[in-house]
Design a protein around this ligand. Structure first.
Ligand SMILES: C[S@@+](CC[C@H](N)C(=O)[O-])C[C@H]1O[C@@H](n2cnc3c(N)ncnc32)[C@H](O)[C@@H]1O
Length: 241
């Protein structure tokens, strides 16, 4: 490990990683397209469904969903102003700003109703997977699409220390969702190719800053990734009520 990195520098490094990836999670373009179709190709009980992305980051997924849902209206919730500024800029550029709104709020405290709930890589907002499933169910959406970390393989002591306790696979996540009243319509896990693409792009974004600190930080992340590659997994669930 190198010297400790101060908060401001760390924010700059993390921003560079986030800015390099389209989604801040191991999600390929093909998976994003399939999620969009699974939401946009559905019939809703209202003509203009409200679609909310809890912890939307740069808001790419909610914008893609709304773009393919002519009657839909989107809301992205996040606490990170840098990500939200990028999301608003994108929406203005693509002409979606009238139909997709981004709010800087603690998504766990959001009070509203929605017809579609999305939560990708953001279950920690609610305090973990079980709480996320319960909180999303309380919003009574007609469908929810969630993506979250889990163990793909038996975790090493190092992985447990780094990431803490997690669901031992996608079936376990499905059970937690059912316990909160959901039915699992579809489930899958991110492939190793999705993980590799995500990590390489994220690390490349940090390295491109070109400073010694950035290059060192990128190398540390690369080395860490070799230790959790194939062990830390990412599960996807499409949930209906
Ligand atoms: C791993 S990122 C995932 C972002 C996005 N869903 C994606 O897949 O690109 C987690 C996001 O949760 C946001 N976040 C953390 N705590 C939050 C909170 N209390 N309320 C709303 N967003 C929060 C972070 O700012 C970050 O954008």
């Amino acid at each position: 490990m190198g010297n400790p990195i101060d908060r401001g520098t760390l924010d700059t490094l993390m921003d560079a990683g986030r800015a390099a990836v389209e989604f801040n999670s191991p999600m390929s373009t093909a998976r994003a397209d399939s999620i969009v179709e699974s939401i946009a190709g559905r019939t809703y009980s209202v003509a203009s469904p409200t679609m909310v992305d809890f912890g939307c980051g740069r808001g790419r997924l909610i914008q893609k969903v709304v773009e393919r849902s002519p009657g839909g209206r989107g809301l992205g919730l996040d606490t990170d102003e840098t990500s939200l500024a990028a999301a608003r800029h994108d929406a203005a550029t693509t002409g979606l700003a009238e139909r997709v709104n981004f709010q800087a709020v603690d998504a766990s405290a959001w009070k509203g109703v929605c017809d579609v709930a999305i939560c990708v890589g953001s279950s920690h907002i609610f305090g973990g997977p079980a709480e996320m499933f319960k909180s999303l169910a309380a919003q009574q959406p007609e469908v929810a699409v969630v993506g979250l970390e889990m163990w793909e393989a038996e975790p090493t002591a190092w992985c447990l220390e780094q990431f803490g306790e997690m669901a031992p696979g996608i079936d376990s996540l499905g059970e937690q969702a059912r316990a909160a009243g959901w039915q699992v319509e579809a489930q899958s896990t991110s492939s190793l190719a999705e993980w590799d693409g995500f990590e390489e792009t994220w690390i490349g974004g940090v390295r491109s800053l070109g400073t010694d600190v950035a290059v060192g930080f990128a190398s540390e992340r690369y080395e860490a990734y070799q230790r959790y590659r194939g062990v830390l997994g990412f599960g996807w669930l499409t949930l209906v009520r």
